[in-house]
Design a binder for this molecule. Sequence first.
Ligand code: ATP
Length: 641
Amino acid sequence: QQSPSIALLQFKNSLTKSDALYNWNDDGSNPCDPHNVWVGIICSNGIINTINLSDMDLEGEPDIGCLEAIDGLRALSIQNNSLAGPMPNINRLRFIKAFYAGSNWFTGVIPSDFFQTLGSLKKLWLQHNNFSGRIPKSIGELPNLKELHLEYNEFSGPIPAFLEPDILTMLDLSNNKLQGEIPKSLNQFDAKVFENNPDLCGSKIGKECNDSPTATRQDQSEPSTDQPKSSVPWIIMIVVVALLILIILARANQIDEDKRPLGKGGINDEAVVYIPPTVTKKAPTSSNNSSIGNSNTSVVGSSSSNINTNNNNNNNKVKDAAPIQPQVAPIKDAAPAAARPMGGLGDLVMVNEERGVFGLQDLMKAAAEVLGNGGLGSAYKATLGSGVSVVVKRVREMNQMTKEVFDAEMKKLAKLKHQNILTPLAYHFRKEEKLLVSEYVPKGSVLYVLHGERGISHAELQWDKRLKIIKGVARGMGFLHKEFASYPLPHGDLKSSNVLIGSDYEPLLSDYAFYPLLNNTPTVQSMFAYKSPEAILNQKVSPKSDVYCMGIIILEIITGKYPSQYYNNQKGGTDVVQWVKSALAENRGKELIDPEITASSDESVSEMEKLLHIGAACTESEPDERIDLTEAIRRIEDVSV
Ligand SMILES: Nc1ncnc2c1ncn2[C@@H]1O[C@H](COP(=O)(O)OP(=O)(O)OP(=O)(O)O)[C@@H](O)[C@H]1O
């Protein structure tokens, strides 16, 4: 059998652009050599178990099958590149558990039985590609499948039957061309995961299925081929109609800027504009993809003439910045500030010039990527001409706010100085648009590093780092509770996606102190503090609700489990509160600690257990019985590495 290094080189040779893999060389070096580990390779005890090639600007048609020679390989990510061709031959990696191939240019029909050999597969991420035809039946037959992302493709036909729907905790089939009835076995998922499939029906999305051939097709036996009927005439028709709409929109826009949905309030932002992700992906330079970059591209976001319509020249890529965003409908919201015209819209107010001074014009010119669309609004990463990357958060429903109140709140936030608090850099206020700009933190959030791709940062998330993060979160919370002592919720939205990992693993809290800005709007309910038992039971929140949120993070970090509390319906993830509570009652706390941290720090298990107890005390369901923040911080500070 081939050696792992030969297999890796063969894989590299299948690519037409692989500059990032600069130390993958045929020089007898060992990919796991701790002094010169090959880029993207993650080893455990000298054996390759993960290959993480996300975001490496790779191009070509990857030969993944040759990696079957790497026995220990369990996770592979090629996400966010410009790879193309048919579905890569991952089916030769019979022991693979996680495969991430989102945001590339893969095309074509995947054979129905393609996944048959992949009985160990738990995570399959193929979103934002151009796959077509039916969702392979064999996906539904995977016995261990937990996460399935197929959104933003061209899949058609019925949703296949899932043999193990209860195991499936994360699913997104939105933005395809699926047809027929949504299987009842998928009822645990939010309607969002099926949206933008005009021909789907079922009680889940409130659309009755009639007996039309479309609606009943999934009950019939599968046709002999997965290929849908010729769609060429339809495509021509759609393109013509789209062009007509565009021309009309462009005219309307010229006539009266204020009549655009984004120009005036009153129209639901979500219904108005979205950036088709295939438009913002970077097309591979080596393959002939011209059709992707032209007529489609002019549809971007709105009728703005400022948008860069030449896809081959722009660097925008839809980035799956946080692969774990279960309650989020990604990439569907208004165009980023960076992609909209600013005529007469006022400018940014800079409140912190440490990262330089910039204005809306600079944001407009910046390469923008969608990071996500959370409960409070959507977030974009924009890389300015100066090379500085910032995050623009477009917050929903702050419309009742007067400019004076908003200014005052922003200035308060800008003054905060604490090593565990991310302070804003700038903001923008218009009656119908509020933007908050902050520094982009490259490592991402605790959510991402802990549960997302098992990359280098994850491997580094050992006991000492986890303790550092928990202490930093506690210190940041202590600071916010002093600064905003009069607020019912000094933070309000503390959860692992709002804890960013700064340099040297010092955590930075973000999205805090929004309560006064959101109060009296439905959006306030999206804050995580509203998932505390007192809020669920009687809509009451208090600073103790923040303590509950902190407890969830502590339990999440120590157990390594994704808390069910982050889901809207609590039907996925682990109920960390109950799980820890019952285990502690039976003196079994040790069993719950993430084996990834006990393996290398066995001597510290008793300290880890202390944190489980603190987490449990913070998540007591009765606020009166819940430990208060000062006491929690004191106990956390007592824990040592
Ligand atoms: N400054 C930043 N640097 C790097 N990543 C960020 C930054 N701000 C946000 N993110 C990441 O971008 C993604 C989207 O953020 P966003 O705040 O919109 O969603 P969220 O945290 O999931 O939900 P919510 O809106 O309820 O806070 C999250 O995964 C978040 O961790």
